[in-house]
Each structure stands twice: as C-alpha cells, then as structure tokens.
Write a protein that binds this ligand. Structure first.
Ligand code: IPE
Ligand code: MG
Length: 238
C-alpha cells in the first residue's frame, strides 16, 4: 500500500520510530562514487523522510547518525560525517523548526568537535519550544555508554539503591523525554541492533529491509507502517 491517507486511518501508528539508516557506503560504491557521496545522499533522504513522517504525524523519531564505534572509520570519512551534520543543521533546521519539530541530540556531545557542538546546541535551543514532533539525532551515541552515563549520574546525585527502579533509571537516559521505541527500522540488509537504544527497544517491533538507506522512500516506510499496524503486541501477556 502506498496510500498514506489509508494508512493514517489505521488504528495503530507507532508513537516512536527509530531508524538505523544503513547502506550509504554501498549505495555510493555501486555507483563508483566515494563513500561520502552516499552519506550525502543519506542525509538528504533523512530530510525527506522526516518531512514525510511529520505529516502522518509520528510524534517521536530517532535517527542513528554516528555511533561511538564509528570513530574507527578512516579519519576523512569521520570528518566528512561531522561536516555533513553541521551542513544539514544549517540548511534544514530553520525549515524543520517551521514544521514544529523539536531537535534533540542524544550521545556524548563533549567529545565532538567544537564547531559541531555549537551547531547542535544552537539547533536544539532554536527548536526547544516546538511540540509537533521530536527528532532525536543520535550522534556519538552508544547504548552501553548511555547506560554507563546514566549510572554515573545516579551515583553523582546520591540516589539510594532502594530508590532505583526502571522508571527512575529511564529518567537518567539521554532519551528521558521520549517514550520507548515502538518500531525500529534498519535498512541495508543487516539484522542487528549495533548498540542502538538497547534499553528503549526491549519491546520494540523490528523491521529489516534490504533497501539501502538513500533509496528508502515513501513506499518503503508505508510498507513498514502497514506491517507494524498488523502486529499484535502483547508485552509478555497473552
Ligand atoms: C550508514 O551507512 C551510515 C553511518 C554509519 C554513518 P554505512 O556507512 O554503514 O554504509 P555501508 O554499510 O558501508 O553500506
Ligand atoms: Mg554499514
């Protein structure tokens, strides 16, 4: 089904969708282009997808942009990804803001280059009052690192062991202002989580597709939403 109206009339849309947008490098390699061209095409697709999801509307979208493990890629690819995010922010955030989208960063901000930290902080401040949709950008993000950071902060705050429960722990995660992930979509023909939102996806539905991220379009997201709407989520019950 590619008819958005028909889908939005379905009773069950996910509140929170998370994306592992994989396959940018292969997309470029198949065209004989440098990998960074694939990342650029991926960033452009990000913008199209966010606009499309905002129309549904989907309330929360989280994108995996750069993992704490991606530092091991060649330096020029790492630098290229950083500059691409800065460019993406400068080009699209005013537009994103007009659409009522709030941009948030999740991950370890202070390890990123200063120019990028400034761009991210400006973008989050500019959009902080928007409430139509929240867009979490995971950049220098790792799920295990997030749990470690939360634990450190809980201890720093002097929380007593008996005060710690799942709700409190959740309130210390980077994603504290977003609900659990309902639907996780990974493109690029890999079926793993890669240290993404490991706490928040405990009961998510997963959708894996062979489509490479720059080619992932409206009909692909509609297919994922339709398949999600047909699933019965029981959360351990019957
Ligand atoms: C995903 O695309 C984007 C990032 C990790 C930033 P890849 O760069 O992993 O693309 P492939 O897997 O090499 O095709
Ligand atoms: Mg990959």
């Amino acid at each position: 089904m590619t008819n958005k109206t028909a889908i939005s009339e379905l009773s069950k849309l996910p509140t929170h969708i998370a994306f592992v947008p994989d396959g940018n490098g292969r997309w470029a390699e198949r065209r004989g282009l440098p990998r960074l061209h694939g990342h650029r095409a991926g960033a452009e697709n990000m913008q199209r997808m966010v606009t499309y999801l905002n129309e549904y509307p989907i309330k929360y979208v989280t994108l995996y942009g750069f993992s704490t493990e991606n530092w091991s890629r060649p330096q020029d690819e790492v630098d290229g990804l950083f500059h691409l995010l800065e460019e993406f922010i400068i080009t699209y955030v005013p537009e994103i803001s007009k659409k009522g989208i709030q941009l948030r960063h999740i991950g370890r901000l202070n390890q990123l280059p200063e120019y990028l930290q400034i761009a991210i902080k400006n973008a989050t401040e500019l959009t902080s009052k928007n409430d139509r949709m929240t867009l979490n950008v995971a950049f220098n993000y790792g799920g295990r690192g997030e749990i470690v950071d939360a634990t450190r902060q809980i201890l720093t705050d002097g929380i007593k062991p008996e005060e710690i429960d799942e709700r409190l722990f959740n309130s210390y995660l980077y994603t504290r202002d977003s609900p659990d992930v309902d639907l996780l979509i990974r493109t690029g023909d890999e079926t793993r989580l890669s240290n993404f939102l490991i706490w928040q996806t405990a009961y998510s539905e997963y959708h894996f597709t062979k489509v490479l991220w720059p080619d992932f379009g409206k009909k692909d997201i509609d297919r994922a939403l339709l398949s999600y709407s047909r699933r019965k989520r029981r959360f351990g019950g019957l």
